[in-house]
Write a protein that binds this ligand. Structure first.
Ligand code: URA
Length: 233
């Protein structure tokens, strides 16, 4: 059996390789129209993984998941729940932005990926799960839930519930933050509170993430931010 340090280094190597391979992916038509592949972000060994649908306009430009308006709402939820985003692995079911031009205007409008496009990306998401090895996964919206649970998921009926995947990992189903952004402003606050209540069911995993982050830092020899600050590096 490899030592924990060697195992983590091997997984890091494989993760970088997968990310590089995905950059050239043309297994469906989406890659050719996107600016770049948006791979997941966060520590290997994170206890909790969050999976969205696909990158949006900003994510496509910046090359990072959840940095646009939906990401800002997710960051508010992290803040309100007391979760540290840097300890959680955040990714998407589909790695390229699917868009159509606005009818009269210049903006690129998000378009939901077809099932065959999501399926073409399935092995990338599964490779991230296999390498990160989260104990629990939050599915943000129907596309993520379908890809994680391998069945269509009626999100409004199954939100706030845990389901087991074939690999034994627990999946919590909830709404995608973009659904909240589309909610009538008068109802948005209530919708946000209900969403936080769903996400809170994963709080114990987010708490375990803090411990995992310390363990992984020790295993990889990376000093903690506190140790770096003390050293002035
Ligand atoms: N919506 C998603 O599902 N993922 C992102 O990264 C951004 C918006």
């Amino acid at each position: 059996m490899p030592s924990p340090n060697a195992d983590l280094r091997e997984r890091e190597r494989a993760w970088v390789q997968q990310r590089q391979l995905a950059e050239a992916c043309r297994e469906c038509p989406l890659g050719a129209r996107a600016t770049q592949t948006v791979w997941g972000e966060g520590p290997l060994g994170a206890v909790l993984m969050l999976v969205g649908e696909q990158p949006g306009d900003q994510e496509d430009i910046q090359g990072r998941p959840f940095v646009g308006p939906a990401g800002q709402l997710l960051d508010s939820a992290f803040h309100d729940l007391g979760w540290d985003r840097s300890n959680v692995y955040v990714t998407n079911a589909v790695k390229h932005f699917k868009w159509v031009p606005e009818v009269r205007g210049k903006r690129r409008m998000h378009k939901t990926p077809a099932q065959r496009e999501a399926d073409a990306c399935e092995h990338w998401l599964e490779s991230e799960i296999a390498l990160v090895r989260p104990r629990a996964i939050v599915a943000l919206g129907a596309v993520a839930a379908h890809q994680l649970l391998k069945r269509p998921v009626p999100v409004m009926r199954e939100r706030g519930h845990w389901f087991d995947r074939a690999d034994g990992r627990a999946v919590l189903v909830t709404l995608h933050p973009s659904a909240l952004l589309r909610t009538d402003p008068a109802a948005r606050e209530l919708a946000y509170t209900a969403w936080l209540n769903d996400l809170r069911l994963a709080s114990r995993f987010a708490r375990d993430d803090r411990r995992a982050a310390l363990r992984n830092r020790a295993a990889s020899g990376t000093p903690s931010p506190r140790a770096r600050a003390a050293r002035g590096t």
